[in-house]
Ligand binder design. Structure first.
Ligand SMILES: Cc1cc2nc3c(=O)[nH]c(=O)nc-3n(C[C@H](O)[C@H](O)[C@H](O)COP(=O)(O)OP(=O)(O)OC[C@H]3O[C@@H](n4cnc5c(N)ncnc54)[C@H](O)[C@@H]3O)c2cc1C
Length: 322
């Protein structure tokens, strides 16, 4: 079983400020972190790995600054990490983001023995110490271990910076795979309908049962593999990296970079800024006004509740409710 976890580095929400003049997000002093629900996605994948012996590949589309985050995921237990990084991807809204990630998933699925080549970015400085020009050519990376067809893609429910929640469903749509969103858990089910409890190398005709939690409304969904799921924030506790894996991930692990040239069967007009239909027309700061706090002092909780209802009714806030 091969699982791909999609994750995105995002600015730490507490570090983001609004520029008072331009009214845009000021991210320059923000530290980047892995988007929090993506760590829950990785933990779910690692739990499936522990139980069924799955392979886990982490996949991210971002500039090379994302490399340490992917190495962190390898330290936590992921088997491989691929960074999709290319100027052609810059300025992507969710349409090209999901298009590019879906192509990345297909490229991972199509890998055959000895074909697993990535691209290596040019070093930041040339031998004479001068900075490498931005469009310097990338070189072919080494052949690596094979990872077979992808059975499951796990994404976070949404990011903390753009928060659209569209990327996971987009990956499913581009690849014509089923999708189950906002899940809190999933279980592997054998072709005869019984839960799989042991190790399993391949999962032909297997399905997954996902428990979806939509603001308290719980439902169970069955999906055929391969499928895409998105997980809710906080569904589990992401494990801490082991020291030995941390050393391996930092010093020995060979991270794979892919550019748009490593993706097959893509329409280049659907990549990056030119493939992005979103246009930001205007940014407004909404004045939510001051808070009007009133304290209700009453003889009993019932009397306090009644007074509260009377006050809300007097303001016309309960129209259509009572
Ligand atoms: C109105 C608007 C305008 C934008 N304009 C620009 C722009 O001009 N330039 C620009 O660079 N960006 C822009 N963005 C941001 C860009 O659209 C998003 O960063 C990107 O498309 C992912 O969308 P999201 O952050 O909403 O992810 P969501 O759909 O909320 O993410 C859900 C999950 O998908 C996965 N995921 C999301 N992004 C990635 C990724 N890159 N790699 C791997 N996994 C991922 C993660 O598992 C994540 O938890 C804009 C966003 C909006 C809403």
């Amino acid at each position: 079983m091969h699982i791909v976890v999609c994750l995105k580095p995002v600015p730490n929400a507490q570090d983001i400020r609004i520029n008072p003049e331009t009214k845009t997000l000021d991210r320059k002093d923000a530290q980047n972190v892995i988007n929090p629900p993506d760590l829950n996605a990785l933990e779910l994948a690692l739990q499936l790995k522990d139980k069924h012996g799955a392979k886990v590949t982490v996949l991210s589309m971002c500039p090379p600054f994302g490399e340490p985050f992917l190495r962190e995921c390898v330290a936590m237990g992921a088997d491989d990490a691929i960074l999709l990084s290319d100027r052609a991807f810059a300025g992507s809204d969710t349409y090209p983001t999901s298009y590019t990630l879906a192509a990345g998933v297909r490229a991972i699925s199509a890998l055959k023995q000895g074909e697993y080549k990535g691209s290596v970015p040019p070093p930041p400085t040339q031998p004479d110490g001068k900075p490498t020009p931005p469009n310097a050519p990338w070189t072919a990376g080494k052949v690596k271990e094979v990872f077979g067809p992808v059975d499951l893609v796990i994404c976070g429910e949404e990011t903390t910076d753009s928060s659209t929640g569209q990327t996971g469903p987009g990956i499913a749509e581009w690849n014509r795979w089923p999708q189950v969103t906002y899940i809190k858990d999933c279980k592997l089910v054998k072709p005869d309908g019984t839960p799989e409890t042991g190790k399993v190398a391949a999962v032909p005709d297997y399905k997954i049962h996902c428990t979806q939690d939509l603001e308290g409304a719980r439902s169970i969904w069955e999906a055929e593999l391969p499928t895409v799921v998105t997980v809710n924030l906080g569904i589990n506790t992401p494990r801490a990296p082991q020291l030995t894996r941390k050393i391996m991930a930092t010093k020995q692990f060979e991270l794979t970079y892919w550019t748009s040239n490593d993706l097959k069967d893509i329409d280049r007009t659907k990549l990056g800024l030119k493939g992005s239909p979103t246009v930001v027309g205007k940014i407004l700061t909404i004045d939510v006004g001051g808070k009007d706090t009133q304290w209700i002092e009453a003889a009993s909780p019932e009397a306090a509740a009644k007074e509260l209802v009377d006050k809300l009714e007097a303001k016309g806030l309960l129209k259509g409710v009572l």
